[in-house]
Ligand binder design. Structure first.
Ligand code: NDP
Ligand code: 2IT
Length: 449
């Protein structure tokens, strides 16, 4: 069987066994396409059905999350935790609260997480969880009651050596703190079962910054392969949440001009650049007032708001999608290239559609998949787990230095396994192969489990 036949047969099986899960199929196909040449030449991987086992979650927990609104109405949401793979460590990955959350989205995220966590070199398996709960417009007390109810069921399935959740879309420091509080109460233990905790109760310094900063460190390493850097570059960023905010801050600190931010309603374009002072306002608007990005133009009238549009129509050198999956399509990829963009660094998970990835790769521009460039978040979660285990806290300098060396190492691994005959670095291939090899090795060693 050649690699192409393996991919076709494998995907037909995955689709038949997991119907109506398009995001999961998309994520699996990308990895299988990268690793198939390796698998068909390695009878052990083939016969032990390593990839067939990787796509089957070790466990999926689905549960009811009942809660009571401020007006006294009984509300019911769906809760999930996908415990995807524990070959190299306890399940590890974020929790997403968004109305779009379903099994397909969480399985794609848990699948991606398995390879991402492997790339960090830290001992973390893959997991992801969440709910179709919509945090928008909910009161502080509603958020707290929801988080508590979510954990009242989930607490029995997680633990510091079993499964360690963290944040993702709709889940930040506030939600992690409420979940941790309820977990601690039910489990009667103070352990590092969550990461992204507050600094006063075991959270790592730099964890909030880590995903966005890490993405910029990765972008710097990619640009350095062509003798370039962020300095003097124009950067378009999507999203206005945790990842987007800190990507904007680091890109600015590295000497770039960030001209866009967005949310699901539209984007803002500030041709003068969203500098440190303007970013401070964005932090307050999004994290304290929990407002919408369009309010930026009231405060800074030199900027423009584009309702219902995404930032990829703006002229930029570097694009950093930091909002959500499939937020950058083929047409937008062509527009970016036509406008001179030469580097795309994913802060979000799977933000670029497969057709758009092909456009970037065919044009031979720098393009990194999220599982490589956004791994700084979970890597720093891994550092938080270590600090919790040794009951010590490291300084900002120590954590930042470790984060930088982890991102540099992931970049090196991508170059090692992704460099093609003409010298072009296929970061998708590199990240998938490097991430897969460690997980596969551990699975082979541990037998048929
Ligand atoms: P936040 O909830 O802090 O921010 C999400 C941002 O993306 C918001 O601006 C939100 O806008 C926008 N967004 C969400 N869903 C959509 C949608 N369907 N269409 C358009 N815009 C949308 O989340 P994070 O910043 O933490 O996460 C962003 C991305 O980064 C996700 O893909 C996540 O999986 C990934 N990621 C996060 C990590 C972390 O440490 N937090 C680590 C690695 C990856 P709106 O307010 O309108 O919903
Ligand atoms: O997608 C991701 O890597 C995250 N949301 C962070 C996971 C974590 O455990 O820190």
């Amino acid at each position: 069987m050649n690699a192409q036949e393996y991919v076709s047969q494998f995907m037909a099986d995955v689709i038949a066994k997991n119907p109506n899960e398009p995001e999961f199929h998309q994520a699996v196909r990308e990895v299988v396409e990268s690793v198939a040449p390796l698998i068909v030449e390695n009878p052990q991987l083939l016969n032990l059905k390593v990839m067939e086992r990787i796509v089957e979650p070790e466990r999926v927990v689905m549960f009811r999350v009942p809660w009571v609104s401020d007006s006294g109405e009984v509300m019911i949401n769906k809760g999930y935790r996908i415990q995807m793979n524990s070959a190299i460590g306890p399940y590890k990955g974020g929790v997403r609260f968004h109305p779009s959350v379903n099994l397909s989205i969480l399985k794609f995220l848990a699948f991606e997480q398995t390879f991402k966590n492997s790339l960090t070199t830290l001992p973390m398996g893959g997991g992801k969880g969440g709910s179709d709960f919509n945090p928008k417009g909910k009161s502080e007390m509603e958020i707290m009651r929801f988080c508590q109810s979510f954990i009242t069921e989930l607490y029995r399935h997680i633990g510091p050596d079993t499964d360690v959740p963290a944040g993702d879309i709709g889940v930040g420091g506030r939600e992690v703190a409420y979940m941790f509080g309820q977990y601690k109460r039910l489990a009667n233990e103070f352990t590092g079962t969550f990461t992204g905790k507050g600094r006063s109760f075991g959270g790592s310094i730099m964890r909030p910054e880590a995903t966005g900063y890490g993405a910029c460190y990765f972008g710097q390493a990619m640009l350095a392969t062509r003798g370039e850097s962020y300095k003097g570059k124009t950067v378009a960023i999507s999203g206005a949440g945790n990842v987007a905010q800190f990507a904007a801050q680091k890109a600015t600190a590295l000497g770039a001009k960030v001209v866009t931010l967005s949310d699901s309603n539209g984007f803002i374009y500030d041709p003068q650049g969203i500098n440190e002072e303007k970013l401070k306002y964005v932090f307050m608007l999004k994290n304290v007032q929990r407002g919408r990005i369009r309010e930026y133009v009231t405060k800074y009238p030199e900027a423009q708001y584009f309702d219902g549009q995404r930032p990829w129509i703006v002229k930029c050198d570097i694009a950093m999608p930091c909002a959500t999956q499939n937020e950058l399509n083929e047409e937008e990829a062509r527009t970016l290239i036509a406008n001179g963009c030469t580097c795309v660094v994913e802060g979000a998970n799977m933000p670029t559609t497969p057709a758009a990835i092909a456009v970037f790769q065919n044009a031979k521009i720098l393009y990194s998949p999220g599982k490589a460039s956004n791994a700084g978040g979970v890597a720093t979660s891994g550092l938080e787990m270590t600090q919790n285990s040794i009951r010590l806290g490291w300084s900002k300098e120590e954590v930042d230095q470790k984060l930088q060396s982890i991102m540099a190492n992931i970049h090196e691994r991508c170059v090692e396994f992704g460099t093609e005959d003409d010298g072009y670095v296929n970061y998708v291939k590199g990240a998938n192969i490097a991430g897969f090899m460690k997980v596969a090795d551990a699975m082979v060693a541990q037998g048929i489990v």
